[in-house]
Design a protein around this ligand. Structure first.
Ligand SMILES: [Zn+2]
Length: 242
């Protein structure tokens, strides 16, 4: 652990020089080194990562690499105990990145869902950023708010259902999900759905209607909001160590 901390400290000393370097000339080696030092394995962030955000944001209009790295750092905000406070220190960079990512989404890029996740993180929706898949075969585990049963939610090609997951029998006691009609979506669900529809991402839009819809608990038959149950189980501040 100690060596890890020392090397992490030493690792960030070169960041300003590396940023100068990619500003002059982008090389794969320099970007690779920046990723290693600012967002190792795409998730490990440090105070130096947030310090680099304004510079990355200024490079981002002309550099897809800078935009991707900056977005990955923002996604990693909850990985660092001071992440939110550090992020709050650079609102201009966040606003700039949000606009660039939104503009990128309007072009319907091939990796739309990843970039949509970047936008969610830039909006402060970290757990949705981490949770949303591509709705080809997504599974969520939530607790029934009434009886506490562990309920598996499936959204995708295998079907849209709530079920009890049995290790031997698979998903049993399936109940069809109750997606929310688009015009009844509110707040975050409304915004996410409208963004996906705007960009003609129909599978994503349908998935969002289901995630922000309701499910029936196979155990007690109560009907509950999937998003609320998921959020209460995954709110970043809720289960922190005490
Ligand atoms: Zn229940």
């Amino acid at each position: 652990m100690l060596t890890g901390r020392l090397s992490a400290h030493g690792a960030t000393e070169r960041v300003p020089a590396l940023l100068d370097q990619v500003a002059r000339e982008e090389t794969p080696e320099a970007w690779e080194e920046l990723w290693d030092r600012l967002c190792l394995h795409g998730e490990t962030v440090s105070p130096a990562s947030f310090t680099a955000l304004p510079r990355l944001a200024s490079l981002a209009p002309a550099s897809a690499q800078a935009l991707e790295l900056a977005s990955a750092i923002v996604r990693g905000t909850m990985q660092h105990r001071d992440g939110e406070a550090l992020l709050a220190g650079c609102p201009d960079a966040i606003a700039q990145l949000r606009e660039l990512v939104d503009r990128q989404l309007r072009t319907s890029p091939a990796d739309y869902n990843r970039i949509f996740g970047d936008l969610l993180a830039l909006e402060g929706q970290y757990h949705w950023s981490a949770a949303l898949g591509d709705f080809t075969d997504d599974f969520y585990t939530v607790s029934c708010p009434r009886c506490g049963a562990e309920v598996t939610i499936a959204i995708g090609d295998y079907g849209n259902y709530s079920a009890i997951r049995d290790w031997d029998l698979g998903d049993i006691e399936r109940r069809a999900l109750l997606p929310t009609p688009a015009e009844e979506l509110r707040d975050l669900g409304h915004w996410m759905h409208a963004t996906a529809v705007r960009d003609e991402q129909h599978r994503l839009a349908e998935g969002i209607r289901h995630v922000f819809g309701r499910a029936e608990c196979p155990t007690c038959a109560s009907v509950f909001s999937i998003a609320d149950a998921y959020t209460s189980a995954n709110l970043p501040s809720a289960p922190a160590a005490s």
